[in-house]
Ligand binder design. Structure first.
Ligand SMILES: [Zn+2]
Ligand SMILES: [Zn+2]
Ligand SMILES: [Zn+2]
Length: 256
C-alpha cells in the first residue's frame, strides 16, 4: 500500500491570494500547499480521495497514471470542483469510473455537474462515472473501505478507513468533532491523517491542539495532519507535534 499527499492545504490554499505573511512569501517549498486530496495505491488499484480545484496540476505533478475509483468525503468546493478533469482518465482507460460518496454528496456532484448523467454529444467528452452511494462498509476489489462519520460545518461529511495487504490507513481531512465511539473504533492503524487548520479556534475544523489530542487518543503507528492554513509554517507546525506525528508536504509518499 502506498499513499501520496496530492494536497495538504486548506480551502484557499497556501499561499493565500493577496497575502504577504511570512508563510505565504516563504521560499520553503513545503509552505506551498494545494487543496486537500489523497492518492492511494493498493491491491493493484489507484484510488483518489477528493478532487480539489488543483486536481489537474496534482495529477500531472505527482504523476497519477490512472484512476480506478474516486471517493468523496463531502461536497465543499475545495474537495469536489476538480471533478471534470476525470474525463481524461475515461479517455485513457476507455471505461466509466466508479465514484463513491454519501447520497447527499453524490446529489451535490450531479447538481454541480449535471452533464455527467447525460449522454455526451458526438465528438464531445464528458466524465463517465458510475455513482455508488455509500451505505456502510464496502469493498473496492481487494480493498476494504469503511466510511468514518464526522461533524464538519453543516454538511454530511465522512472520512475513510482503507485496509489492504495487511495495512490500514484512515483519512479525515475535514472535521471539527468526532464522537467517542468513532475515536474508539479507529484502532490498528498504520497511518492516521486528520485536519489541523491553524493554532487558533475554527468553527468547522480541528485546530492544531485539538487535532494533536485526537491523534494521540487514536494512537496510529504514524500520524499526519492536513488541511493546513497559512497561519502556521511547516516548521512551526512540526515543532508543535509530538513523536510519531508528521506535517506532510505536497507530494509526500508513504510506503507501507
Ligand atoms: Zn476542505
Ligand atoms: Zn498568508
Ligand atoms: Zn469542508
Amino acid at each position: 500500500m502506498k499513499i501520496t499527499f496530492l494536497g495538504t492545504g486548506t480551502s484557499i490554499g497556501v499561499p493565500a491570494i493577496g497575502c504577504s505573511c511570512t508563510v505565504c512569501v516563504s521560499a520553503d517549498s513545503r509552505n506551498k500547499r494545494r487543496r486537500a486530496s489523497l492518492y492511494v495505491e493498493a491491491a493493484g488499484l489507484h484510488m483518489i480521495i477528493d478532487t480539489p480545484p488543483d486536481f489537474r496540476d496534482q495529477v500531472l505533478t505527482f504523476k497519477v497514471p490512472r484512476v480506478d475509483a474516486l471517493l468523496y468525503t463531502h461536497s465543499h468546493t475545495d474537495h469536489i470542483v476538480g471533478f471534470d478533469d476525470i474525463r481524461r482518465f475515461n479517455v485513457i482507460q476507455k471505461q466509466a469510473i466508479p465514484v463513491y460518496g454519501s447520497a447527499a454528496t453524490l446529489g451535490d456532484l450531479t447538481r454541480i455537474f449535471p452533464y455527467v448523467i447525460r449522454q455526451a454529444p458526438s465528438g464531445v467528452t464528458y466524465p463517465r462515472v458510475e455513482l455508488r452511494p455509500i451505505a456502510g462498509p464496502f469493498r473496492i476489489g481487494e480493498v476494504a473501505v469503511e466510511p468514518i462519520p464526522v461533524e464538519h460545518a453543516d454538511l454530511p461529511t465522512i472520512g475513510f478507513r482503507l485496509q489492504a495487504e495487511g495495512h490500514a490507513v484512515a483519512y479525515v481531512p475535514d472535521c471539527h468533532a468526532m464522537d467517542e465511539a468513532t475515536i474508539r473504533s479507529l484502532t490498528g492503524l498504520d497511518v492516521m491523517i486528520l485536519d489541523a487548520l491553524r493554532p487558533e479556534f475554527h468553527p468547522t475544523h480541528f485546530n492544531l491542539a485539538e487535532s494533536i489530542a485526537i491523534l494521540q487518543r487514536i494512537g496510529a503507528r504514524r500520524s499526519f495532519i492536513t488541511h493546513i492554513g497559512h497561519q502556521m509554517s511547516h516548521e512551526q507546525a512540526q515543532q508543535a507535534l509530538s513523536t510519531g506525528m508528521t506535517v506532510p508536504h505536497d507530494g509526500l509518499t508513504i510506503n507501507l
